[in-house]
Write a protein that binds this ligand. Sequence first.
Ligand code: ATP
Length: 319
Amino acid sequence: MTATQVQVRAPGKINLALHVGPPRPDGYHPLATLFQAVSLYEDVLARPSDEITLELRGRGTDLPTDAGNLAVRAAALLRETGGVDRGVHLTITKQVPVAGGMAGGSADAAATLLACDQLWGTGLSREELAELAAELGADVPFALTGMSAMGVGRGDLVTPVMSRGTYHWVLAVQGEGLSTPHVFKTFDELEGYTVPSAAAPGSDHAAPDGAGPRVDPGLLAALLSADPLVLAKHLTNDLQDAALDLRPELGDVLAAADRAGALAAVVSGSGPTVAALALDAPHAASVADVMRAAEVAAEVLTVTGPVPGARVLEHVHGR
Ligand code: ATP
């Protein structure tokens, strides 16, 4: 018996903290981040096909549907790894803003890996899927894990962390995204960093082995407190100044969140989405109303976190 269709849901993320070190010789920046998966989802429906094809609904209908799309790359990687000789038709319904610093493309890739694994019966373990996920992109492993987790390395070495309670967030989504490489380039310029050459490992910017940025233990304790007032003190993002440099109007979004009574607000990842923390659901609704009225964002949404990582919603069997 084979599956005739598999529906998988994966969440977008926000970064409660993002610490960025100087670039390594390979150009990557060592990161230490605290991810939280939030209730804005990518739904991937996988159906049998001869080729790997993709159809997009919701947001992102102007994204590539060929190998330029991370979901197509995910299916191709699994097909090659699993020695599969079939294809898949993917239908992705996107809720996560494109290039919004919420890793929507990574969620698509994670959901596609899980959906195709079920559809094709490749039967990989979560660990094997996580290895493929890391090959596809730094944020893909977290989209499999979900909930709250620490990410180090490029953000791809993910360790789940304990978190109590549910946090209520207001997301200010911009109409136009920001390119992640562009934000890192601006970060380097603002910090005065240059990429050290591989021939000069002892250069000023090369971190000694094992000495990368770290997540503040106070943030881990805050997540255990279930108290948004405590968590609010720990929201931080080293990329925020770079995002503000590229999009000065994000300063208006942060100010509007403050005026609306948010406990704290931070640019998520490489931006431009701003995540504002509220006390509870009614407070989030009122912060969202005030932020909408301020007209500083294309959309203002309320979400909660943490939520689970990629999971199968429906698995239909046929003969
Ligand atoms: P990053 O994961 O690089 O931090 P992000 O979270 O800001 O990015 P995404 O929407 O995940 O934003 O992806 C950014 C870029 O990746 C898009 O502008 C697009 O060019 C490319 N991309 C490829 N596949 C996808 C996909 N399935 N969904 C969204 N973007 C994709």
